[in-house]
Design a protein. Structure first.
Length: 244
């Protein structure tokens, strides 16, 4: 920030706005300037040993919107990756999962670069599951897709799938969708409401949503949501099931 003074009063330039000081009727005298340039802030979060075996990261923003620029992920072998985000994340929103390098390394630190837009809190969430034996991405299977109705706030996806499903995830195409909850009806007739509370962008995937109780086959899933207006038309919602 540079401040120059040409007299006892000051004209202020903040970004592109200019305030003029009138010395006398019909006469303007620029008496000083303040030039301001917004610079990204970078905060580093260190990960404790034993907690860095992650396959992805997501961010939750609270209090105020935050313009997130990128994440610099440093691994235990000294290497690092930069994940470009360049997205204004609204207060109360959880982002999609940003996948990490699939090699078997632990995360040591994450530097979050952002432009401040007021006091806010950024929560870094680690998605566990370092690649290796056991359940992995291949265990997710598509249960079905549904076109979102603009004037509706809920739709039912018929599944009728045998299996032992322990978790669900929601994928969105075309336009953003604010997901409230899923109402799952099992083949046994039992029902369960699972909160989601997440805004999913186009091409985004929700966090894994754990199903409570023993794993069971699913008959149908009711999706409770709020559609968002876009020039790309209506959104499409797909649901995957994690079969154990």
């Amino acid at each position: 920030m540079r401040i120059g003074f040409l007299g006892g009063c000051a004209a202020i330039i903040l970004g592109l706005s200019i305030t003029a000081v009138f010395a006398a009727p019909g006469r303007e005298i620029p008496l000083g300037t303040i030039n301001y340039e917004a610079q990204p802030v970078r905060e580093v979060i260190n990960i404790r040993r034993g907690e860095g075996a992650l396959r992805g990261l997501r961010l939750e923003v609270r209090q105020n919107d935050v313009d997130i620029r990128d994440l610099r992920v440093t691994y235990d072998d000294g290497s690092s990756d930069i994940i470009r985000i360049n997205q204004v994340v609204r207060a109360g929103v959880v982002t999609r999962v940003f996948d990490l390098d699939s090699r078997r390394r632990e995360v040591r630190s994450v530097a979050v670069s952002y432009l401040p837009q007021g006091q806010a809190r950024i929560v870094l969430i680690g998605v566990g599951g370092m690649p290796g034996p056991g359940p992995g991405p291949a265990d997710w299977s598509l249960l079905g897709c549904k076109d979102i109705k603009f004037l509706s706030d809920r739709d039912t996806l018929k599944v009728s799938r045998e299996g032992r499903f322990g978790a669900l995830r929601v994928k969105v195409r075309k336009t953003p969708v604010e997901m409230y909850s899923l109402r799952v009806t099992y083949l046994s007739g039992a029902k369960q409401e699972v909160p989601v509370r997440e805004t999913i962008p186009p091409g985004g995937v929700s966090r894994p949503i754990e199903l409570l109780g023993r794993e069971r086959g699913i008959e149908r899933i009711e999706v409770i949501y709020r559609a968002m207006i876009s020039n790309k038309g209506l959104a499409e919602v797909c649901i995957d099931g994690l079969e154990r």
